[in-house]
Design a protein around this ligand. Structure first.
Ligand code: SF4
Length: 368
């Protein structure tokens, strides 16, 4: 079995009770069957607490009024862990923030940016992320797995990541190239022209295609097109209201952002966007690197999942829109703060976005 991990994987450690926003609150934790069976067999002093804290019918941990896990004590430590040890944790708690995508004999493991510590690591990182592979014993065979499509997707993703990390090109153009490649690959797959995908991947690495994308982007961003820019941004933003809400206070963030950025029309939106770009250049010149890291994260995590549903373009669009929306959240927070923003706030907005969007199967189904 081949495992793939990002090079910062081993740097992660859980800050437990020091965590600024514990993962043991705010969402329903589903318990795997094996752990559930173990919990049902617990004897002794802890049995009563176990049955009060686990909903065996729903297969979840119960929560208090503030949606904190019933095992999370007032010191933000887990009573299950303290009383029965690490091995007692269910699969979700043992794994988090690790996220595993499974492809027959390959396991791609990432660290979810919904964890504040992971978000912090990515927001502080300057050098491009690399992916490491290692082998472990074991093999699996999947029915209905298409290894040829997977290899096309993995090749495409490798080239997309190369483009994305080429910092001699503006981030907007790099993302434009990725979207173009994903779009053209989707057309080929739809027409069952798998063998011509390689040609598409090559085309998006040429100077000619880069110039074409650059011109298209410049045209779209021209002042005359401010109305289109505004409608496009607002339309993407409004999609967030269609998603399942995991935390009540997320709604407040959305409404506040919408009010700040879009309530006063296209002219004001354009003005704020320009001012923010100027501020970013002078005060936070690394923001494009941070957005690049996020785009790498979303693309790496989800793109090859298209092997199961052939929705290649949707996977790339999810990555692009996520990065766009996170930047919109940054922009609105910057305005709200009186035109200031710091790294802690970037981190907070990143992990809160990820918690809402990535930690609901219903939401992922809608956007992927
Ligand atoms: S969110 Fe991350 S750092 Fe915080 S408690 Fe959970 S795993 Fe640990």
């Amino acid at each position: 079995m081949r495992y793939v991990i990002p090079d910062y994987y081993k740097e992660f450690y859980c800050t437990a009770d020091q965590c600024e926003d514990t993962c043991c609150a705010g969402w329903q934790i589903v318990i795997d069957r094996k752990s559930l069976r173990k919990y049902g067999q617990v004897k002794g002093r802890f049995r009563k607490r176990m049955f009060a804290s686990v909903d065996f019918m729903q297969e979840t941990f119960r929560q208090d009024k503030e949606t904190r896990c019933a095992f999370l004590n007032e010191n933000n430590l887990c009573d299950l862990y303290s009383n029965l040890g690490k091995e007692s944790l269910c699969k979700t708690c043992r794994l988090y923030p690790r996220h595993v995508e499974e492809f027959e004999n390959i396991r791609e493991i990432t660290l979810s940016v919904s964890c504040p510590e992971v978000a912090k690591m990515l927001m502080n990182r300057k050098e491009p992320v690399r992916f490491l592979t290692y082998e472990k014993e074991g093999e699996e065979e999947y029915e209905d797995f298409d290894p040829f499509l997977y290899s096309i997707l993995a090749d495409a993703r490798e080239k997309m990541l190369e483009i994305l990390q080429n910092r001699s090109i503006s981030l907007a153009v790099r993302i434009g190239l990725i979207m173009g490649m994903a779009h053209d690959l989707q057309v080929r797959i739809n027409h069952e022209e798998m063998f011509s995908c390689e040609e598409v991947i090559k085309r998006y690495q040429t100077e000619k295609t880069r110039k074409f994308v650059e011109e298209k982007y410049e045209y779209f961003m021209a002042y005359e097109n401010r109305l289109e820019q505004y409608y496009y941004a607002h339309k993407i933003f409004r999609k967030l209201y269609e998603l399942e809400l995991l935390r009540e206070d997320w709604d407040t963030v959305l409404m506040e952002t919408e009010e700040i950025l879009y309530a006063d029309g296209a002219e004001k939106y354009r003005e704020l966007t320009e001012q923010f770009a100027k501020w970013q250049k002078n005060e936070m010149p690394d923001m494009d690197i941070q957005l690049e890291q996020l785009m790498v994260y979303f693309l790496f995590t989800y793109f090859c999942g298209a092997v199961y549903d052939e929705k290649i373009y949707a996977k790339a669009r999810m990555a692009m829109e996520s990065v766009f929306l996170i930047k919109e959240l940054f922009k609105a927070r910057w305005v709200r703060n009186g035109y200031m923003l710091d790294l802690d706030e970037l981190t907070e907005l990143v992990y809160r976005y990820s918690r809402e969007v990535e930690h609901s199967d219903e939401n992922l189904k809608k956007i992927l």
